[in-house]
Design a protein around this ligand. Structure first.
Ligand code: AMP
Length: 281
């Protein structure tokens, strides 16, 4: 497995890979890797022939300086995990490589960025679009793989690719969970053992909602789920929203023909966790 930091080095390796391989797959990450990330590498290996991962903690997508500072960084372990998972190339740029000058671009994603994460983390998706567009430009992959865990982020990236006419195919992969149901996340490293147990209630409440939603009106279900969160020790609910998968518009009654996704953001101590679940109609 090759590890490169400079964009010029990355591009010369990719150029050579293109001579011998048909498809370049790309998995962007911020490191502190877990099985969720590795599931994306596995998908990339199954669907493409040369797999590139990037590790870059992107400063422009953090709306809180403290969160950026505390974000876990475990490069040596990450590289070992990627090597063992059969990744071909890891791109580990510095902030100066990605942002040689301040990125002044302002994206407009309309409603997609005005709800949920966009509403609660101002500027977050603009930073995501900045970095992902730069990474796509540097790697020039055929297919990029993302986790369904960051459901709204995937919708934003789809919109960005369309707006910028980027010739890349996007694949969303299922959420990988701990045996307790807790969605794997780099931020889980900041949870104590007790907090991890408390945080496993998130998935319990989501699965309860998915199993029982037909017995309630939408507003009743929301109330019930919110009550569950309020009575969950150690958890503080930021939002619980039930939205249309494509538009992310908040639903106020059960639709007949659109995919329903329930999305949640919760604080467990100082750690902010997100999760979601798709309801089958
Ligand atoms: P991050 O390093 O948090 O920026 O995540 C990099 C990629 O891994 C994103 O596409 C995430 O959606 C994906 N990812 C993170 N956690 C999980 C998970 N538990 N299951 C599947 N994909 C995940």
């Amino acid at each position: 497995m090759l590890v490169v930091t400079a964009i010029a080095d990355l591009q010369s390796v990719i150029k050579n890979a293109r001579l011998t391989h048909q498809k370049i797959g790309f998995v962007p990450t911020m490191g502190a890797l877990h099985q969720g990330h590795l599931s994306l590498i596995k998908q990339a290996k199954a669907q493409t022939s040369f797999v590139v991962a990037s590790i870059f903690v992107n400063p422009t997508q953090f709306n809180e300086a403290e969160d950026f500072k505390l974000y876990p960084r475990t490069l040596d372990v990450d590289l070992k995990m990627l090597d063992e998972s059969g990744c071909d190339l890891v791109f580990t740029p510095t902030v100066e490589d990605i942002y040689p000058s301040k990125d002044l671009r302002k994206f407009d994603f309309g409603l997609l960025e005005q709800v949920m994460e966009g509403l609660h983390r101002p500027g977050h998706f603009n930073g995501v679009a900045q970095v992902v567009s730069k990474l796509f430009d540097a790697v020039q992959a055929d297919v990029a793989f993302f986790g369904q865990k960051d459901f709204q982020q995937f919708a934003i990236i789809k919109a960005m690719v369309k707006q910028l006419n980027i010739p890349i195919h996007l694949v969303a992969c299922p959420i990988v969970r701990e045996p307790s149901g807790l969605a794997m996340s780099s931020r889980n490293q900041r949870l104590s053992k007790l907090q991890k147990e408390q945080a496993s209630a998130i998935y319990k409440h989501l699965t309860w909602a998915k199993t029982n939603f037909k017995q309630y009106s939408l507003s009743e279900l929301k109330n019930e789920v919110e009550k569950c969160f309020f009575s969950s020790e150690g958890l503080e609910l930021e939002y619980f929203e039930i939205v249309d998968e494509n538009t992310l518009i908040e639903l106020n009654s059960w639709p007949v023909d659109v995919k329903i996704v329930a999305c949640v953001a919760v604080f467990c101590g100082k750690v902010r966790l997100i999760d979601n679940i798709v309801f089958n109609l």
